[in-house]
Design a protein around this ligand. Structure first.
Ligand code: AMP
Ligand code: MN
Ligand code: MN
Ligand code: MN
Length: 278
């Protein structure tokens, strides 16, 4: 029997919008048989130190990561950075600006919800967030708690996406900024969950072209809860554009029965894994 190393290179903790603290996340990853885990919180690396401590003296290898929000051609895109030096000032200045922007955006979301008759959303969302990062998922939890929709997915559809009362168009980093912060910190930039963007195939190819031009090298071919046909399609794209491939669950919470740490299909055979350059 060949024992394959289990890689999960995309996950979240309470340092962004995940529901497990970094130590609990590490414990769960070990329980689930993950060998190599990347903690990739949104726009911040505050969870890494605690995760490192928890992974110390275990068999789990922790990869320092981040997931940066990008506005590209009018669409929000997520770029994962792997193996970053979290002490790098260029990276940290960039991430700090993103989190500062989040504070103003959260105030604006709350203002718009207030106009729609929902008061107290800012304090309500903050109850679900750490001091570090405030995101739409925290608002979603507040809205579900107060009965505005039956679950998180419905609350997003009704309140937090384009053309809905609590939507604020993001003004995130540019693609070249995000990739340059990651490479400045010695990391590898990866396009996260490429199948999730509501863009045409042509536009996706344009994104990949521009991403490569600014120094991006990776493509997340396998993501949590993804159709096998989708994986094949993304694998072909990665091959065509000569991108290294990554896999990550994008785990946020044990409450989501569909997404579990390490529970991922294997990368198709012709894919060159991102860890081949480590
Ligand atoms: P933000 O970066 O604050 O705009 O929030 C984006 C985050 O919201 C994503 O990383 C997900 O965690 C969460 N999210 C976005 N859309 C949905 C959805 N339809 N259902 C559940 N969570 C979502
Ligand atoms: Mn998230
Ligand atoms: Mn994402
Ligand atoms: Mn993510």
């Amino acid at each position: 029997m060949i024992l394959m190393t289990c890689y999960d290179l995309h996950s979240h903790s309470t340092a962004s919008d995940g529901s497990l603290n970094p130590a609990a996340l590490i414990a769960r990853a070990i329980e689930q048989g993950v060998d190599v885990l990347a903690l990739t919180d949104h726009d911040g690396t505050e969870g890494i130190a605690e995760a490192q401590l928890a992974a110390k003296n275990t068999a789990l290898k922790l990869i320092s990561g981040v997931e940066i929000s990008v506005t590209w051609s009018g669409t929000t895109i997520h770029i994962v950075g792997l193996n970053i030096d979290i002490a790098n000032p260029t990276l940290q200045q960039g991430l700090q600006a993103m989190r500062d922007y989040r504070i103003g955006r959260a105030e604006e979301i709350a203002k718009r919800l207030d106009k729609a008759g929902i008061s107290g959303a800012l304090d309500g969302a903050k109850k679900y967030a750490s001091e570090i990062m405030l995101g739409r998922l925290h608002f979603a939890k507040f809205l579900v708690e107060h009965g505005y929709a039956k679950d998180i997915s419905n609350v997003f559809k009704r309140y937090l996406v384009r053309n809905k009362p609590g939507y604020v168009p993001g003004q995130w980093a540019s693609l070249s900024e995000a990739v340059s912060w990651i490479t400045a910190a010695g990391g590898q930039a990866v396009i996260a969950h490429p199948a999730r963007y509501k863009i045409t195939a042509t536009k996706l190819r344009r994104l990949i072209g521009e991403f490569k031009e600014v120094g991006g090298i990776g493509f997340e071919v396998v993501s949590g809860r993804q159709h096998p046909e989708e994986v094949k399609k993304l694998a072909r794209l990665a091959e065509k554009f000569e991108l290294l491939t990554s896999c990550g669950s994008d785990f946020h919470t044990p409450d989501n029965e569909w997404v579990e740490l390490g529970n991922l299909s294997t990368l198709p055979q012709h894919c060159v894994p991102i860890w081949s350059c480590w």
